[in-house]
Each structure stands twice: as C-alpha cells, then as structure tokens.
Design a protein. Structure first.
Lengths: 111, 124
C-alpha cells in the first residue's frame, strides 16, 4: 500500500482531457513538500514530467500540467494522444517516514 | 547517461552489489545520485542517495542493510544491499537527483536522469 494514493487506472479518448489525482496527508504533500510526476512507458525507466508541483521539465509538451492543493496534487493531460498511454507516478517526501514516497501508479489508457 | 551493472541473480542471505556508470557528466559536479527500485509488489521505492563528498541519505526501511558509495575516479556510484531475500527481487535503477534540497536529516528532490534499470532476482 503506497503512502500516496493514485487510482489504478484512468482512460480518455484522443483529444480529451484527463486528470490523475495523487492523495497524500499532512506529513507529505500537506506538509508543503513538493510533488513530482513521472511517466513510465512499458519496459522503460520512469521519466520526469513535472517537478516542484507545477514546473514542466525541459522538453515536456505543455499538454502536461501539475498542481498541488492541501494534501493532494494532480496531473492534467489535455489533448490526449496515443503516445500518452503509459503509467504515471507521483512522488514527494514524507517527514514521518523520513523518506521519499511514491504513489502506486496510474495506468492511462487512450481509447 | 547512466548505466547499471551487476549480477542479475543473487542467492538469499547474500549481498546484492550494483554499480552505476555515469557518462557525459561528472559525479563531482554538484548533484546527488541515487538508487530506486521497482517491484511488482511494492511499486517504486527510493533506496538512498549520495553526494560526491560521501554524504548519504537512506530510506529507513533499508538503513540497516544498505550502503551507497561513490568512486569519483571512476565516475560511478554503487549500491550494496546485504542479507537479501526474495522480497528484494526488483528492477534497480540508478538516477541523478535534480532540484535537491538537503539539510542534516532531509534530502528532497526528484530524479531527472535514470539508467535503463537492471533486474535483480533473489533466488537459490
């Protein structure tokens, strides 16, 4: 069971908008620690998309955006494309566990 | 670029040893470097990170079993995990830590460059 909670799967049609939530607590996201988002294609290493809550990493399309509020964070993908089909993970720091923590991952299916 | 290397099969109770060769960038140039693993049962887990001067931060879940070291002459860093069990079977990634903030007890950041990963199976 992951410290950060993500839905196991989301889906959307090409061109649509999807939101992937990441729910934490007062010891991680709620404590003000930054949230980062990764995309992992099958058989590949994760790749950072969003860092520090809402900063897009170099080369990442502006269709990807992140936000943080309270004890939660979200990744939004607009204008869905087939190449976006992947697993997405959120990551932060937890001061109770004294470690980096990850969400369990959300599989995005493009219908 | 980062590239993991080491045995793909380790016997239970023995030591898992992996190295990460860094090319195109010096490990001494102001970044932390780390190890993350991914197993079907536990998802992504941060194991620990190291600075070029040897300062380390470890996940408390591993702290009694793990050592991360850096060899600046070889531009690489390494992971040693002792007393492994089947639960340590995973894909192990080495990575560079971007946006790091560190004080005496806390290291935060994210991984901006990753190796391709190496599968380590613990089995007799």
């Amino acid at each position: 069971q992951s410290v950060l909670t993500q839905p196991p799967s989301v889906s959307g049609a090409p061109g649509q908008r999807v939101l992937i939530p990441c729910s934490g607590s007062r010891t991680n996201i709620g404590a003000g620690y930054e949230v980062h988002w990764y995309q992992q294609l099958p058989g590949a290493a994760p790749k950072v998309l969003i860092y520090a809550n809402d900063d897009r990493y170099s080369g990442v399309p502006d269709r990807f955006s992140g936000s943080r509020s309270g004890t939660s964070a979200s990744l939004v993908i607009t204008g869905l494309q087939g190449e976006d089909e992947a697993e997405y993970y959120c990551q932060s720091y937890d001061n109770s566990l004294s470690t980096w923590v990850f969400g369990g991952g959300t599989k995005l299916t493009v219908l | 670029q980062l590239q993991e290397s080491g045995p793909g099969l380790v016997k239970p109770s023995e030591t898992l040893s992996l190295s990460c060769d860094v090319s195109g960038y010096s490990v001494t140039k102001g970044y932390y470097w780390g190890w993350i693993r991914q197993s079907p049962g536990k998802g992504l887990e941060w194991i620990g990170s190291i600075y070029h001067n040897g300062i380390t931060f470890y996940n408390p879940s591993f702290k009694s079993r793990v050592t991360i070291s850096v060899d600046t002459s070889k531009n690489q860093f390494s992971l040693n995990l002792i007393s492994v069990t089947a639960a340590d079977t995973a894909v192990y990634y080495c990575a560079r830590v971007g946006g790091a903030y560190a004080d005496r007890t806390v290291l935060t950041g994210y991984c901006d460059y990753w190796g391709p990963g190496t599968l380590v199976t613990v089995s007799s």
